[in-house]
Design a protein around this ligand. Structure first.
Ligand code: GLN
Ligand code: ZN
Length: 744
């Protein structure tokens, strides 16, 4: 009989209990013992859920107080120098200092860098290596959790990140592979400890096997796993996910481990290939339940596909979710915002465990065939791409730029902001009252108008050149549009961890998307009526709306993206007709949708960039289109950014020195249009001084021509308070004036 297991379970708790406990602990509202108890409660519930669904093994080690990669950094003693001074006197606080730069005990210190985990919206803390990095093993937390689970009667399978993936994720040395010989002894020791703790199986995650790996990294796998296999008294399950194995398939299947897990959602056609490549008595774990979406699995299809394998492999066929369920919401039973008819089509993590159980039963020799569901015929990708082929604006940028300069008569180094202004406690309170029916729509609207009027008044006083309405009406840049578009559904408790205690609640794309009515026009129009200066219209782009939602599985993502783009194009046209002549279309999630394999980049860009251009393909040349992105790793997507053909792009750059700007400034292949590299970091409460900013502007002028440079912060200001925003923007505007006067 096929066995069932998972690679990991969400750790936020069914009602985000862990988030609440973490935040309360950081604020000093509860003590460490209470926090520890909350964590242990979440773990035991997670294990209990796995046991209740009849999983053969209970996964342990997937819990983290902040991040699983950070767990490993602490386990291997990868603690940068700066954390040693003013260190916290207990381990957990030291852990939080590494994660967030401060903890109830110990000095404040610059936190570790955070970046996205493969192509997900989960952020991990980047291991910071130094030359000659030493590794020492401290596995106390993992062994304690193993014991804790065993005492509760679980047959545990500890999970750890493999040495190559761990090194790959780190920064700070030229070639992290050089650190492998120093790191392997820690893994040997750890595996010995886990075997000692009676773990029959250990899951070792190596998702980088789904990437385009340099030859030396590929070669290192055979070597490293030879060593680990010898050291391990437990059986090893090598887990890969997020991407097909392709040229690494043979390598992965041949490693001296006892089983391999593959992501059958992303690589359905590799199931049989891996099965035939496996030698000896190896286990094949197939991740058929999507760990990254909320739709029920098509069990009938998998039943048919897996039947021969089930016969062939018997209990060496394992059924699982594609990746850790970390990327799925926790439990549909806690979902009260959706009607039953909708809930029946969905599965959160706990329901995914049930699906595994159902599939296991369906693969028994005498099981009846499950009825096949009707499938909708979707149009092929080529047709979608054909529709997106000609989305360029009628005039080239250079012609548009002349017309726009004539219309706007902006000064050199024009100043602007990224869109949002502080979401004050009062505003949040009023929104809550409105949502709970305590105040009328009229009162809510009046309040929003007052917020907008105040934002305009302040910007006039500050002397900014291009104003914004401030986004008081949105608490989230995707949810706001999702709520107004047809085709989306919104959950009440579909939370997924984004980083640390931060969770997101992505809307679900459940049908064809369309726009019943204008979404932002009334706010922008009102703001514009209050000032003679231009007010930027503010939209979230189609790719970001798609990438930050749970997508449909019955049609290609490109098709949903195009549907969103059609709706946004109507909005853009309406804004233009209402006299809004500068429109910003934010695409902060363009990069994270980038496929993990370079061979798939072009196709993604074809539709993603095509959809962005589609939204503004019909505007007049005098309408200025802006876009905004807030990440700094542009190099691999520079061509796509240029192809967006926005008149102005504002980007994050305040924290990334001038490295990134080199990509934009490159002669010939640089960014041809106008650009506003954020001149200060809005993520910090510090107010930048005017002379720092003047210096920064001059630095920028070294790489970007004067007539192309805009002056702005590096992201929206909604998380800041008005005092910080007012002083920072005042300094920014004055810095622009100073430089303007000096260079004119
Ligand atoms: N316009 C948005 C804002 O200012 C952009 C947010 C973002 O880049 N994530 O908040
Ligand atoms: Zn941003």
């Amino acid at each position: 009989m096929a066995q069932t297991h998972i690679l990991g379970y969400p750790r936020i708790g069914a009602r985000r209990e862990l988030k609440r406990a973490q935040e309360a602990y950081w604020k000093g509202e509860i003590d460490q013992q209470a926090l520890l108890a909350a964590g242990s409660q979440v773990r035991s519930q997670n294990w209990q859920a796995q046991q209740a669904a009849g999983l053969a093994l209970t996964t342990v080690g997937d819990f983290a107080w902040y991040d699983q990669v950070l767990n490993h950094s602490l386990m291997f003693g990868v603690i940068p120098e700066r954390f040693n001074t003013g260190a916290a006197d207990n381990k957990l606080d030291q852990y939080f200092r590494l994660a967030r730069g401060r903890a109830p005990s110990g000095d404040a210190v610059a936190a570790s860098a955070m970046t996205k985990w493969f192509d997900t919206n989960y952020h991990y803390l980047v291991p910071e290596f130094s030359t000659g990095q030493d590794f020492t093993l401290d596995s106390e937390w993992l062994l304690a959790e193993v014991k804790e689970a065993q005492q509760l009667g679980h047959n545990v399978k500890p999970v750890i990140i493999g040495p190559l993936t761990y090194l790959w994720l780190g920064r700070g040395v030229d070639n992290a592979l050089d650190l492998l010989p120093g790191l392997l002894p820690c893994y040997q020791q750890l595996l010995a400890q886990l075997a000692n703790a009676a773990a029959q199986w250990v899951q070792i995650d190596e998702p980088i096997l789904g990437l385009d790996l340099p030859a030396e990294w590929r070669d290192a796998f055979a070597l490293a796993y030879e060593v680990l296999a010898k050291a391990s008294g437990s059986k090893l399950l090598l887990a890969t996910y997020f991407s097909p194995l392709r040229e690494n398939l043979e390598l992965a299947s041949g490693l001296p481990v006892d089983g391999i897990h593959i992501d059958a959602v992303r690589a359905a056609d590799e199931v049989d290939l891996v099965a035939s490549a496996l030698t000896g008595n190896k286990v094949l774990s197939v991740g058929v339940v999507n760990g990254r979406n909320v739709w029920r699995t098509d069990l009938a299809r998998w039943q048919r596909q897996l039947q021969p394998l089930a016969k062939q492999l018997g209990d060496r066929l394992w059924l699982s979710a594609s990746c850790s369920l970390l990327h799925s919401p926790v439990d549909l039973d806690t979902e009260s915002a959706l009607p039953d008819a909708q809930k029946q089509k969905l599965a959160y993590s706990r329901q995914k465990l049930e699906e595994l159980k159902a599939l296991q039963a369906a693969l028994l020799p005498d099981a009846a065939l499950l009825p096949l569901a009707d499938t909708t015929e979707s149009r092929p990708q080529s047709e979608i791409l054909a529709e997106l082929a000609n989305t360029w604006r009628a005039q080239k940028y250079t012609e548009r730029a002349d017309i726009q300069r004539e219309r706007w008569k902006l000064p050199l180094l024009p100043t602007t902001t990224i869109g949002s202004f502080p979401q004050t406690d009062v505003l949040r309170q009023v929104r809550k009252q409105f949502r709970e029916g305590e105040i009328s729509a009229q009162d809510y609207n009046d309040h929003l108008r007052a917020e907008i009027a105040e934002a305009i008044r302040r910007q006039e006083i500050l002397g900014l050149d291009v104003l914004v309405h401030g986004e008081a009406e949105r608490n989230d840049m995707v949810e706001y549009f999702g709520e107004q578009l047809d085709g989306f559904i919104h959950t009440g408790n579909g939370w997924v961890q984004s980083y640390g205690s931060r969770c997101v609640k992505p809307p679900i794309i459940a049908g064809d998307i369309s726009r019943p009515q204008a979404m932002t026009v009334q706010w922008s129009e009102y703001a514009q009526s209050l000032t003679k200066k231009p007010v930027k219209g503010m939209l979230t782009g189609p790719v970001t709306i798609l990438n930050w939602s749970f997508p449909r599985e019955d049609i290609p993502r490109a098709e949903s993206c195009l549907q969103i783009a059609r709706a946004l194009r109507q909005e853009v046209q309406d804004l233009e007709a209402a006299g809004i002549g500068i429109i910003q279309i934010d695409e902060p999630a363009l990069r994270e949708g980038l496929p993990l394999r370079a061979s798939e980049h072009q196709e993604y860009f074809d539709w993603a960039v095509g959809c962005f251009r589609y939204t503004c393909s019909e505007v007049q040349p005098e309408t200025q289109i802006h876009t905004h992105m807030c990440y700094s790793n542009f190099n691999s997507i520079m061509d796509a950014i240029v192809a967006l053909d926005a008149d102005v792009i504002t980007i994050e750059s305040a924290r990334s020195d001038l490295r990134l700007l080199k990509a934009f400034a490159g002669e010939g292949e640089g960014y041809p249009n106008e650009i506003g590299p954020g001149i200060y970091d809005i993520h910090s409460p510090n107010v930048p001084e005017r002379k720092e900013l003047v210096y920064r502007v001059y630095q920028l002028l070294d790489v970007i021509p004067l007539e192309k440079l805009w002056i702005n912060p590096d992201c929206g200001l909604k998380t800041r308070n008005w005092a910080e925003v007012g002083s920072s923007l005042l300094n920014m505007v004055e810095a622009a004036r100073t430089v303007r006067a000096e260079v004119a």
